[in-house]
Design a protein around this ligand. Structure first.
Ligand SMILES: Cc1cc2nc3c(=O)[nH]c(=O)nc-3n(C[C@H](O)[C@H](O)[C@H](O)COP(=O)(O)OP(=O)(O)OC[C@H]3O[C@@H](n4cnc5c(N)ncnc54)[C@H](O)[C@@H]3O)c2cc1C
Length: 414
């Protein structure tokens, strides 16, 4: 079944495939949100950019997302501070905040109509134990000076919970309308966009040469925005592929407040409420498991998600209208890998469930690196950093075990 965002794709402008040899200052490979935002910011800065997409724009992860735009990343900030340091944890928070502002700036500048709304992100506890961990996370928020409020009484949320943190001024949008708007704006700035144009091979002599089926592109620099770098660029041990499941639901108007919501289980559940004319829309996700289980867990994962949905919507009548799943690429130490991986080759990968903000961070950071501007996030997200530090490995090993017992195993034996 097509996702709501994929259905949007039928109405948008299509781009040709490459059918001759061309050249550019920079080639962006991949036409999801990451490739498009990188192409947009670089062309805004005056660079001659070519973007090639193997299939259709957005067709992999971007049109399967729930599109929360938030500073609350999948790795707890207490862990980020522990593994990377407090200064670094603050930088992560700030970078995601700047990403939200940047998305809003572009939407306003280009007049992109994409249902962008600022809203609260509620980090809620589904159990008493989760509330203890939320309290611990809130202590880190206070120490690091993040804005947020904690509530021990969950009543105001209108569904069963044991308390929550409210983070104001986060956002959500329609990712399809956003990326198709960005593509048009980038093209107006001079970006040449080619769909159905797979980068087959990258070779290098005096210049970088990208081979496609019907033409080569010569360039000085290349950005791999292919979700997972398709050339083996020393990042493969630094990330792991998961699968997440989504239900889209119609619910009566004003059942829950328009916002984004995430609980604190591992793997966690997350949902957004979008105000509609006659009904509201809820999009809920969760039941993530390692992708090695393939499609064998699909049925059980949706069942698990429906069970959770019943708990949230208890006595409320609802109708499931769509279901889909999609890939989540987890970085092994909890932060994305963005930067120069070898001279003139740039990667942006391992965004976990935070690709809306990470893609934007990558566009800002890679533009600055390519234009030799200083950027405070360079070492934070450096893709060449080592993960072979005991703290980094121990922390993620614990996560993997919790995810396995909370997700895949629970569903395998149910
Ligand atoms: C179920 C689900 C829920 C999510 N929820 C959220 C959320 O609420 N908030 C959030 O911030 N993030 C969320 N994410 C994560 C987010 O959607 C992704 O991180 C983001 O969309 C990744 O974008 P991308 O452009 O890097 O990758 P993609 O969208 O996968 O784009 C990569 C593109 O590269 C192309 N490509 C690959 N190889 C080649 C090649 N050789 N030549 C040319 N093109 C190539 C592919 O065809 C593809 O179109 C979610 C993801 C999923 C699956």
């Amino acid at each position: 079944m097509a996702t709501t965002w994929e259905e949007e794709g039928t109405k948008r402008k299509k781009y040709p495939n490459l059918d001759k040899d061309i050249s550019a200052d920079i080639v962006v490979i991949g036409g999801g949100i990451t490739g498009l935002l990188n192409a947009y910011l670089l062309s805004e800065a005056g660079q001659k950019v070519v973007l090639v997409e193997a299939d259709e724009l957005g067709n992999n992860a971007t049109l399967r997302t729930t599109a929360f735009i938030t500073q609350v990343i999948d790795t707890d900030y207490s862990k980020v501070a522990d593994i990377f340091g407090t200064k670094e944890a603050k930088q992560v928070w700030e970078s995601h905040g700047q990403a939200i502002d940047q998305i809003e700036r572009i939407i306003n500048k280009e007049n992109i109509s994409c249902e962008f709304v600022r809203c609260s992100d509620y980090l809620y506890a589904s159990t008493k134990k989760q509330f203890e961990s939320i309290q611990e996370e809130f202590r880190t928020y206070k120490e690091l000076g993040f804005k947020g409020e904690i509530f021990t009484d969950g009543k105001a949320l209108n569904f069963p919970n044991y308390g929550y943190i409210e983070i104001h001024n986060q956002a959500k949008f329609n990712p399809a309308q956003f990326i198709f708007g960005i593509a048009e704006a980038a093209e107006k700035q001079g970006v040449m966009i080619f769909e159905d144009t797979e980068a087959l091979e990258i070779t290098e002599d005096s210049q970088i040469r990208i081979k496609t089926h019907h033409g080569d592109i010569t360039t000085g620099k290349v950005i791999l925005a292919t979700y997972k770098p398709f050339t083996n660029e020393k990042t493969h041990l630094k990330k792991a592929m998961y699968r997440s499941y989504i239900l889209e639901i119609e619910i009566p108007k004003n059942t829950l407040k328009e916002a984004i919501y995430e609980d604190d289980s591992n793997p966690y559940y997350y949902f957004r409420i979008d105000s509609g004319k006659e009904k509201d829309r809820m999009i809920i996700g969760g039941e993530d498991h390692k992708d090695i289980f393939g499609k064998s867990l699909r049925k059980e994962s949706f069942k698990g998600l429906e069970k959770y949905l019943d708990k949230i919507l208890k006595n409320i009548k609802y109708k499931i209208t769509k279901r889909w799943d999609g890939p989540i690429l987890e970085p092994s130490d909890g932060l994305a890998l963005i930067g120069e991986i070898k001279p003139n080759y740039y990667v942006a990968t391992g965004f976990s469930g935070n690709g809306m903000t990470y893609s934007t961070i990558s566009a800002i950071l890679l533009r600055d690196l390519i234009l030799a501007r200083r950027n405070a996030w360079t070492s934070l997200y450096d893709p060449t950093r080592t993960i072979l530090k005991p703290k980094r490995l121990a922390s993620k090993a614990k996560d993997y075990i919790e995810e396995f017992f909370g997700g895949a195993l629970k569903n395998l034996i149910s």
